[in-house]
Design a binder for this molecule. Sequence first.
Ligand SMILES: *Cc1c(COP(=O)(O)O)cnc(C)c1O
Length: 290
Amino acid sequence: MFADLHSPLQQLKDSHLSQLWIKRDDLIDPYISGNKWRKLKYILKDATAKKKNHLVTFGGAYSNHLVATASAAARSGLKATAFVRGEKVNNEMLVLCSLYGMELIFTDRETYKDKKACYVKYYGQDPDSYFIDEGGASAEAVLGCAELITELPADTAHLFCAAGTGTTAAGLLQGIQKAGLKTKLHVIPVLKGGEFIREEIGKYTEITDQLILHTAYHFGGYAKTKPELLNFMKNFVARQGILIDPVYTAKMFFALDDLAEQSYFGTEEKIVALHTGGLLGIMGMKDKFD
Ligand SMILES: *Cc1c(COP(=O)(O)O)cnc(C)c1O
């Protein structure tokens, strides 16, 4: 299931930049989309090697990671359980998880904070269970994301990605370092106060000046938006014919566009924007984006 498939690299039309490319990880799979596929690849390999047949993970009620884990488990013939943050709710994302066989345990926010304790309480004695942190955050996930770098042109001057937990960004930076590239990694946190991403990345790899955080493009926080962002997204989709989402990828492309307008890049520099996928993630959020 996690075969070595390389997602396409496609050129974008841009009035400022002649060398703007998009890495289409969104095309990898509709359910185990983009970076979630890369993050789960080595996690599932590790679980399988350890003969574990039950994946236990964590996420909010709109989590792309939960849908990805439920889908990956179903396709691999594994059981899956998720601790879902907050009181019991229902939405399309969670319905998908349930239909694909994932058991959902709604967990109040206080209890949820200590994920290891939740795991131990329910599954500590179960030899078949395998712990996967929220968003898949792990050394295995970092390794999977680092691999992406081997699929990029070595003369990529700038690589852009959106960040939630920062695990994907950590993998990309690690991959850049392993390959000895000069590529600068531009990270756009979609949460408010995105400086924490630097610390998160530091858990997995050395922070160098190749890492550039752009913390001003969160539009109010996670899954928050402004008319300016939605207008930008509509124009982007109309112009490029590529679908993006308002939670992650629209914020990244907005940042890139904004920087380009300020002549941040050299016109001939090769820029790659990573499309991390996650188009389903808006399901259940209709009140936020109408
Ligand atoms: C989960 C997700 C991210 C964030 O990945 P992190 O590794 O948590 O930073 C970015 N883009 C999309 C589309 C996602 O679903």
